[in-house]
Design a protein around this ligand. Structure first.
Ligand code: ZN
Length: 247
């Protein structure tokens, strides 16, 4: 079974459509690690795509903030402005779907999904020390996380933790990781709607555990078109500009 792993879509439907075109239907099931909305100009369109695909989705901090499940006290003013704008745009049926999204960790089809850390959905996992708990505690050998918007991950076996550098080069669309039993993995597909790892291309992953591979993909999309919609919506300029630099 090929599982399409989506994360941090952030209301960017142009990026999501480029991802779906690249994946070209060569997947059996889709999952999403949260942050469906927030920052981007297309909250209804992105939510509608996930509903159409029946994507198994857990909530991210932006989904919680927009739906009022979580207060926005910890959000910076730019993120808060995007939350308020998104709230005003969302159709009631999309708002209620987002509000009802389950919290990770969620086990499905042999993998586990979390938004941030395994023990805390709102924690950013950047370092090996932060990754260790998830690698040890997860109920599956392969766990996917998001939240940092950095494609990559960690693996663990025999008390050795490894940082995985598996991003495709600029000239490549994907890089494949070979998954070895009983090694444990904590993998981030990267962000579709607002990458922050220095590569502005939309990021996602396809997991095929029967064939012991996880593919890490990057696809270009029409960033200028998204920026135009963001400016028309008067979303904060720093959010508009960061799409180009991928930071
Ligand atoms: Zn996010």
């Amino acid at each position: 079974m090929r599982i399409l792993v989506l994360s941090d879509l952030h209301a960017n439907v142009t990026a999501l459509d480029a991802v779906l075109e690249a994946a070209n239907g060569r997947w059996d099931l889709s999952v999403c690690l949260g942050d469906v909305v927030g920052y981007g100009p297309d909250p209804n369109e992105v939510t509608a795509r996930l509903l159409e695909m029946g994507t198994k989705t857990i909530r991210g901090n932006h989904d919680k903030a927009v739906t009022g499940v979580m207060a926005t006290d910890d959000f910076n003013p730019v993120a808060k402005a995007a939350v308020d704008w998104t709230r005003a745009q969302l159709k009631p049926e999309h708002m209620s779907w987002l509000a009802a999204l389950p919290q990770g960790p969620l086990a499905t089809e042999g993998i586990v999904l979390v938004h941030g850390a395994f023990q805390d959905e709102d924690e950013y996992v950047f370092t090996p020390a932060q990754a260790l708990d998830g690698l040890l505690d997860s109920t599956a050998e392969v766990t996917f996380f998001g939240h940092t918007h950095h494609q990559g991950g960690f693996s663990y076996q025999d008390s050795q933790l490894e940082v995985l550098q598996i991003r495709p080069r600029n000239s490549e669309s994907f890089a494949a990781l070979r998954v070895e039993h009983p090694r444990r993995y904590l993998l981030n597909p990267g962000s579709i709607g607002q990458p922050r790892d220095g590569d502005s291309r939309a990021a996602f992953a396809i997991a095929d555990l029967e064939h012991q591979t996880v593919e890490f993909w990057r696809v270009p999309y029409d960033i200028a078109a998204v920026q135009e919609r963001m400016r028309a919506a008067r979303l904060p300029e720093p959010l508009v500009q960061r799409l180009v630099v991928g930071r």
